[in-house]
Design a protein around this ligand. Sequence first.
Ligand code: BGC
Length: 500
Amino acid sequence: MPASRRGSGSQNLPTGQTTLAMHTRTQDEEDLPHATKKTMVDHLRKYESAFTLTPQRMRMITEAFKDTLEHGLKEYGQIVPMIPTYVFGWPTGEEKGDFLAVDLGGTNLRVCLVTLQGEGKFEITQTKYRLTEEQKHGDGEKLFDFCAECLQTFINTNTPEDGTGLIKPGQELALGFTFSYPCAQERIDHGQLIRWTKGFGAHNTEGRDVAAMFRTSLEKLHLPVKLTALINDTTGTLIASHYVNPRTKIAVIFGTGCNAAYMENVSEIGKIDNLGIEKSAQMAINCEWGAFDSFQHEHLPRTKYDQIVDETSNKPGEQAFEKLISGRYLGEILRLVICELTDEGVLFLGQNTYKIEKAYSFDTAFLSLMESDPTEELLMIIGIFSHFFALETTLAERQFFRALARLVGRRAARLSACGIAAIVGKMGYLEEGCAVGADGSLYNKYPKFADRVHEGLQDIFGDKGRNIVTHHAEDGSGVGSAIIAAMTKIRKEKGIYAHV
Ligand code: BGC
């Protein structure tokens, strides 16, 4: 047992009794054995080399990534599955009408009514419902029953009998189901869950058609809806962003999970040759790139902290790329470094560290807050450590924590740039340039994340990297889902590839 860590949390009284350390001191007091500034700087150097990615290494990762993407288009069953979505080409902007969207992808369940008004305009009304841990890990059928119940509540609320509501009594609506986990699709309203990600683990679901499961739940409640399309959040984001900004060619999500989608030429998707789709057509591909380098771990620079995150996750070996990048894991990576230094007796001697020892207790939002602390004394960091972990810190320690957050956050952004660069390279977008619609808490809330992605693109491509610009995406899971439901309805009515 690491003496320093346990010893720090307890003190022996002369009677032999053990008592917890008190936390009434302030950081100005000198009696706690804090690490010196020099010690922290020395430690930082060690972590700098573990977490820093050189431009050369980034180019190597990008190349390997590109090969993986190409491979996934040719054959089924690849680690990065490159899933054909049956979303054919771009929206025209003229899609119109009312559509429902249910979005199951992370912390919340969201139900939306989207009115597409044409010319790239829309209105949206939505309600969010919190998912419990029990629902995420309980029985899959119950999870879909809950989704259907929330949809029922939403429809009832918006359909007053006097006909003055957003939904008219008797109106049947097309429903887009945004389900942001990897699903192998044989057609647009079907999807077999390959694996849960982002810590979800509802049983009785992997390997099954989640669209069919949801349809069963909808039928139980006799809801006036038709599940028209099963959509990944990235595909929705791609379509919604292009709807308002036609320069958008790629969509990425950097949130609890991470992933990308882009529009591919059907002639390049060898594995669907047998479907009789014209080679000149285009189809959106949901890359599921979070799985890059899973199991083999050949290409990505994993530190021992990344390995621990992986081994202690509910899905060891899987989602290797995602585990270095996404919001679900960054806080945990940083926490593991802090715990290592606590074990070594460098940090928090004489203090009780049980709170920070708890897995996943260090939220990724803390990294953003630490990086953006504007005060010289780093008051925000004092607050985080004292309020959430009952720990006192010195300025030198706080500067170290901030630098560490920067290393972990910067590595995530630079790896993300490698993924974007792989798609850009594959599609030949570098010269003409393109816009990349980006969404997710990391992209939207982490300071400098976007700048670091852009800087990474320049490290990979040189000056031309400036031609690739990310921008905050439109609401893919709501608006995107509605546009796709509309596109699908039009396509099927016209009998275009009606079998998929
Ligand atoms: C899922 C993807 C999703 C991404 C972002 C990943 O964990 O596998 O389907 O697009 O998270 O939500």
